[in-house]
Write a protein that binds this ligand. Structure first.
Ligand code: SF4
Length: 457
């Protein structure tokens, strides 16, 4: 999972891209990058850390270009070295018949070997361990004379999930895979046309959401707006496109204020909480959410059950790292102690309903239950706004190996005992679909069902 952003304008776009990346920081905290173009030369800067660390004012002041793309990194390929962490930060730069281009990718490509071989046979040598570099390699060795034609030749060969922003000369090209697994949306403000992973990235730059990029679509932006060289929108490059949007974006990843394919992320979480209260009713004194991704579910649960909503867990506001985004091997349980501080005055002597977005490795939930009991909670009833995650993800979210997924090896009662909750209720798959507002056939739910829109060879 990563955040991507692209903008074309009639003025320098570096500040807009920095703001956009900052508003997409929740999609990746390991590093950020930006490539700009003035039509001929590229300016590029990237580094490890948060957007504000990689792009302080002194860097942005020297950044010139009317079009550009940006990237927030979250590694989805498991354990990587410190060196790989740095070189894998995008955008990646390639050369097409002597002209530079830059690529930023959200998602994960699979079955890469034949494509890597094709690029190497054409004379390209790989410099990173990132799946994305195969796109750069194939474009760099393409025999086509036109960049768009080269892209159209390569895209059908790619397998997996990909939302792309590509900078070529003064143009920003947006591409979505055949299933639209990851989000990519189009917006504009007074001076720029913008592509972003989520519509929350338009807020600071006073942009408005125009549309979602459609499954299998390619769009070309230049300083005049949407370039018509591909004909009227949407230009669909893929055969047989069909929306299969990743439901985990709604469960956890996307920001609540984002609107994706016309559906509100916030709404999913409220409705999921309401349905949870119907599917797993319980007699309790108060409902509290685990900050921040387990909150909002608590609103729906409280509204439906009429159990009062309270704030029962405070959070150290200076501890900003999302637990899910920490590297593998991190002691996630220990992080919960630093991050979360139960409010004794709220939870002492109370029977609690505690809402959480998901239970994955189960390093977090047992620690939270234990902390609440230490502060005097008499009962802790955990309610989860998604179904048991029994399968891993190879389409862009680092779900850990199947062996680490607690629901893959234990039934619900086994998970409850492990977590030491008094009761445990997961939202059903039907409940998830209903809360999403999407049709079942338009959702990817592989980590819940084991059925994926794209199968590994
Ligand atoms: S496996 Fe899960 S996280 Fe991965 S794309 Fe499918 S629904 Fe999303």
């Amino acid at each position: 999972m990563c955040g991507i952003f692209g903008a074309v304008s009639n003025k320098d776009v570096a500040r807009e891209i920095r703001h956009g990346l900052w508003d997409l920081q929740h999609r990746g905290e390991q590093g950020s990058g930006m490539a700009l173009s003035n039509g001929q030369d590229h300016w590029i800067h990237k580094g490890r850390g948060l957007v504000t660390e990689v792009f302080p004012d002194e860097v942005i002041e020297g950044a010139k270009g009317y079009s550009g793309i940006g990237y927030d990194r979250y590694s989805t390929v498991g354990d990587i070295t410190e060196k790989e962490m740095s070189v894998n930060i995008q955008p990646f730069i390639g050369e097409f018949h002597g002209e530079s281009f830059a690529v930023a990718h959200n998602g994960n490509l699979i079955d890469l070997e034949p494509l890597q071989r094709e690029a190497e046979n054409g004379g390209y040598s790989f410099k990173t361990t990132s799946d994305t570099e195969v796109i750069v390699g194939l474009l760099s060795v393409s025999q086509k004379n036109d960049f768009i034609e080269a892209l159209l030749e390569i895209l059908p060969k790619l397998k997996g999930a990909f939302s792309l922003v590509i900078l070529y000369k003064d143009k920003v090209i947006g591409v979505l895979d055949r299933f639209g697994i990851r989000p990519l949306c189009l917006g504009r403000n007074d001076s720029s046309y913008i592509l972003a992973s989520e519509s929350c990235a338009f807020h600071t730059i006073q942009g408005r959401l125009l549309d979602d990029i459609q499954p299998g679509e390619m769009i070309v932006l230049d300083k005049n707006g949407i370039n018509d060289q591909l004909g009227p929108r949407p230009f669909i490059w893929a055969e047989d496109p069909q929306l299969k949007f990743c439901i985990f974006e709604l469960v956890y990843f996307a920001r609540p204020e984002s609107i994706i394919h016309g559906k509100s992320v916030y709404s999913y979480r409220v409705k999921a909480g309401e349905i949870l209260a119907k599917e797993h009713p319980i007699d309790a004194d108060i409902v509290i959410g685990v900050p921040a991704s387990g909150e909002i579910y608590d609103i729906g649960f409280s509204q439906e059950s009429e159990i009062p909503l309270e704030r029962g867990i405070g959070r150290n506001r200076y501890f900003t790292t999302k637990t899910f985004l920490t590297r593998r091997g991190t002691d996630r349980a220990a992080l919960q102690r630093i991050k979360f501080h139960p409010l004794k005055s709220v939870v002492h002597g109370k029977r609690l309903v505690v809402t959480e977005d998901s239970v994955i490795r189960s390093k977090v939930a047992p620690e939270i239950v234990a902390m609440l009991r230490e502060e005097g909670a008499t009962e802790v009833h955990l309610r989860v706004g998604s179904s048991p995650i029994c399968y891993t993800c190879y389409l862009g979210i680092d779900m850990a190996s199947r062996g680490e997924l607690i629901a893959a090896s234990l039934p619900v009662e086994g998970v409850r005992k492990y977590i030491q909750a008094d009761t445990l209720g997961y939202l059903s798959q039907e409940g998830m679909i209903k809360a999403s507002g999407f049709k079942k056939e338009n959702l990817a739910m592989g980590c819940f069902t084991g059925v994926y829109p794209v199968e590994l060879n």
